[in-house]
Ligand binder design. Structure first.
Ligand code: TUI
Length: 311
């Protein structure tokens, strides 16, 4: 079976981390991924600290396996959540959309494995110096907040720049993607989009249906001009964003249009005027399965592919 140092570091069976998808990754999804042998992640996103605490406690009731919390650093309560995970005895923290430098010493004092998402070699090196345990190198094929580089270009450059384990993310949706990530020097993968359509994912059914229906060219990045580029599935909202970008509209107009757009899609099922975050691999995601089926299928396929390559 495909194992790596990531499995030993965290105590998981398969070297796969579930993406910390904002407004989507709750205790149901996190526990299902962890019970299936991967590392489930609860997304703190912009949620109130007590909601995240509740999700952590619920996950502990649903699984005895390790799980983590993703802290979205753009959130106004990131600091509060960063402290709360220490109180709750969380074992693994992933971070996104920023530099978690100021929290790392505190997390390490609480024996938390710290695995930030990075989108550049510079941040990966800075994180290694700060004492993190591994980094997730996320290419811009991913859904949600994106950097500039693709997974294919970013992962090997990060692997060469640091001595800590590197996990690949962005555009990985099946066993071929897992095998490719290992070929690039990664010791694990982070997967979001494929888990979106899993049975245990509580996102609105309309959102799942839109991901399943998506073709290769159906994502777009909005918000480049505002400094918060986000990859989503194209819809009425993205077309309105594109008009604002063309008109070079003031920042307030973008904020007005984007405000509450993610819960509108994820919770309320408004896939026309909501933000349907998904990665470029959505075109490959075409059936709903349990998290356990997804993980075992991905790794069976990856192993076959890697053995074939070795022949
Ligand atoms: O964080 C993500 N993806 C996300 S967060 C999110 S919530 C949100 N909602 C509305 C607007 C914006 C965000 C949805 N999707 N992925 C991890 C990730 N982090 N990708 C890229 C980065 C990143 C980018 C720049 C990390 C650090 C960074 O630079 C920080 C620095 O100071 O160098």
């Amino acid at each position: 079976m495909l194992k790596s140092i990531l499995c030993d570091m965290i105590g998981i069976e398969y070297p796969i981390i579930q993406g910390g998808m904002a407004w989507i990754a709750d205790s149901s999804l996190a526990a299902a991924v962890s019970n299936a042998g991967g590392l489930g992640i609860i997304a703190a996103a912009n949620a109130p600290v007590d909601y995240v605490r509740e999700q952590i406690r619920r996950t502990k009731e649903l699984t005895d396996k390790p799980f983590g919390v993703n802290i979205m650093l753009l959130s106004s309560n990131a600091e509060e959540v960063a402290k709360m995970v220490c109180e709750e005895g969380v074992k693994v923290v992933t971070t996104g959309a920023g530099n978690p430098g100021k929290y790392i010493d505190m997390w390490k004092e609480h024996n938390i494995k710290v695995i930030p998402v990075v989108a550049s070699v510079a941040l990966a090196k800075r994180m290694e110096r700060s004492g993190v345990d591994a980094v997730i190198a996320e290419g811009c094929e991913s859904g949600g907040h994106v950097g500039e580089l693709t997974t294919m270009a970013l992962v090997p450059q990060v692997v060469d720049a640091v001595s800590i384990p590197v996990i690949a993310a962005g555009g990985i949706g099946d066993g071929r993607g897992v095998a490719a990530a290992f070929m690039l020097g990664a010791v694990g993968v982070q997967v979001g989009t494929r888990f979106l359509v899993s049975d245990e994912c509580t996102v609105h059914q309309n959102y799942k249906d839109k991901v399943i229906a998506a073709k290769d060219i159906d994502t777009a990045v909005t918000g480049r001009s505002t400094g918060h580029p986000v990859r989503v599935l194209r819809n009425k909202l993205t077309r309105q964003f594109q008009i604002l970008e063309k008109e070079r509209a003031p920042l307030e107009e973008f904020e007005k249009l984007g405000s509450g757009a993610l819960p509108r899609a994820a919770r309320d099922g408004d896939i026309d005027m909501g933000s349907v975050m998904a990665g470029q691999i959505a075109g490959l995601v075409c059936k709903r399965q349990s998290c356990s089926e997804i993980i075992s299928e991905m790794f069976e396929q990856a192993e076959k592919r890697m053995n074939y390559v070795n022949l």
